[in-house]
Write a protein that binds this ligand. Structure first.
Ligand SMILES: [Zn+2]
Length: 64
């Protein structure tokens, strides 16, 4: 038996073998998806403010 901590929620996970443990290194599919979603949001977070700045700037010019 091995024991690790879930990468997302830090819960202890005890397992016999990795092949019995499809969500490794997360305790559940939910944590696996949440962690994946977090880094996806971080990537989008870099792009979105830039796009909003460009749109706002163009609207500001046409308004005035
Ligand atoms: Zn977890």
């Amino acid at each position: 038996m091995s024991k690790i901590k879930c990468r997302y929620c830090k819960a202890d996970i005890i397992y016999n073998s990795i092949s019995d443990f499809p969500t490794f290194p997360f305790c559940s599919e939910r944590c696996q998806l949440m962690d994946f979603g977090l880094w996806l949001n971080e990537e989008h977070g870099i792009e979105e403010p830039l796009r909003n700045d460009i749109i706002d700037g163009e609207q500001g010019i046409s308004h005035r």
